[in-house]
Design a protein around this ligand. Structure first.
Ligand code: ZN
Length: 447
């Protein structure tokens, strides 16, 4: 499967929910804020620091690079076992739809973060649980293999203290999280297996209700009104092991239940706010306040269609309708030949009628709104890179210094900004470690 299509499949339930798009920017998004160019959008030029003098940009770039910069939702591991993706080579969003690789991590000053073991939601039966478990185990292996292959450049992280140590050694930090606990089936002890492999964050649910919890986006109605009894066991097991609980994709009621059941604060690893755009995947002020009051953190998402309502052009809509009529709307139902044909047709539509995109300004609106409401101890970054994140003006991780610049411009101190980049999520990991009761260990080398 082409990486570009994988990117859209990772990002939405439907093939017709998201496409990669056609933004252009130079390949010079280096340690300083990318220079405004003729190709860059007006939104991008609106970022004050991008318009200021080179000295200021360099200074901001240095401030950014001196910080420990982490993102709590890197979906890139979905590419690790593909032929096309090469972590060591600088790839580009324009060419293949990707956001993250080693050269771009260095260029954007991204020290690392949580790398995701994602599993799409499937049927709730034993055979499907087994298949999901196998693919999740292999995904964790892919993350570990990457760390082993590039051991001079990246390192698996297991404790909160590991992050700064690894970054100080000039390496990238690889924590692991699980998006959708579906592959655990009904055997909660499977979480121990993933813990031993390095898992330190788990979110119960994805796009649809599952055995653990109600999803934010399941239109079929509430299954449990929050966590199921098995979901409560999952939260307790995560506490026992010292993992952070992730409420992204969970329904509001599920997040409230997680706050109540969990002994340690909850994270929302990639989520936006209803205060800017009322959407199922975003959260209302009162829930965000409840998360913060409990000591938790919201990590702001840069996923366009959760940032604002995006209307496709009539031409694109028509082309997508025609694709749907010809191929159906479930990629996983297609046979191999049909998938290939669909992929090619989809590329053509995307090239001819690019999907509308949200903007850096809109992303900043969500970030600043959350900061205003709950303060810099409870907000962070989880942009959903390689999972559908990225906006006009911040199309990949090389643009991250712009976020630091915009936060400085908004009056936040360097100390506060570093909390946003990494301090808050590490505080949650530390809290999870302190509360753990399990004796299990995670060896760096598994024998
Ligand atoms: Zn997600």
């Amino acid at each position: 499967m082409k990486i570009r299509l994988m990117a859209s499949l990772l990002a939405g339930v439907s093939l017709f929910g998201l496409t990669a798009c056609q933004e252009h920017h130079g390949e010079n998004g280096s340690k300083i804020i990318p220079q405004a160019t003729a190709q860059q959008s007006s939104e991008e030029a609106d970022v004050p620091a991008a318009q200021s003098g080179r000295a200021v940009e360099t200074e901001t770039g240095e401030i950014h690079n001196d910080m420990l910069v982490m993102d709590t939702h890197l979906d890139t591991p979905a590419y690790f076992h593909t032929q096309e993706y090469d972590f060591s080579q600088r790839q580009s969003f324009e060419e293949d739809g990707t956001h993250v690789d080693l050269p771009r991590m260095k260029a954007g000053g991204l020290d690392g973060g949580f790398w995701v073991i994602f599993t799409a939601q499937g049927p709730l039966d034993d055979a499907s649980y087994d298949a999901a478990r196998n693919s999740a185990v292999l995904r964790q292996m892919a993350i570990r293999e990457l760390a082993a292959k590039y051991s001079d450049e990246v390192e698996l992280a297991f404790t909160a203290d590991d992050a700064q140590r690894i970054a100080d050694e000039g390496k990238r930090v690889v924590y692991q999280s699980m998006e959708n606990a579906y592959p655990l089936g009904t055997d909660i002890s499977m979480l121990e297996t993933f813990y031993i492999g390095g898992l330190r964050m788990v979110g119960p649910v994805h796009f649809r209700d599952n055995q653990f919890a109600d999803s934010a986006t399941d239109v079929s109605g509430e299954e449990f009104g929050g966590l199921s009894p098995l979901g409560e066991e999952l939260v307790q097991k995560a506490n026992e092991l010292g993992m952070i609980l992730d409420g992204s994709h969970a329904s509001d009621e599920t997040v409230y239940d997680m706050i109540e059941v969990s002994e340690t604060p909850v994270i929302l690893s990639h989520t936006g706010v209803d205060g800017v755009y009322d959407h199922y995947r975003n959260i209302p002020d009162e829930l965000l306040t409840a998360v913060a009051d409990d000591g938790g953190v919201i990590q702001i998402n840069a996923y366009g269609s959760y940032l604002e309502a995006l209307e496709p052009s009539p031409e694109r809509q028509q082309a997508m309708n025609e694709l749907k009529a010809e191929y159906g709307d479930d990629y996983y139902d297609m046979d191999e030949e049909t998938r290939a044909a669909y992929s090619e047709a989809r590329d053509e539509v995307d090239a001819q009628y690019p999907e509308p995109r949200s903007t850096f300004d809109k992303f900043m609106e969500h970030l600043l709104y959350a900061l205003e409401l709950v303060g810099p101890d409870h907000v962070g970054m989880g942009a959903d890179w390689d999972g559908g994140g990225g906006v006009e003006g911040m199309s990949d991780i090389t643009f991250l210094p712009k976020v630091t610049a915009a936060l400085l411009e908004a009056g936040y101190s360097e100390e506060e900004i570093e909390k946003v980049w990494s301090g808050n999520m590490l505080r949650l990991l530390r809290a999870a470690e302190e509360a753990r009761t399990s004796e299990l260990t995670s060896p760096g080398v598994l024998n």
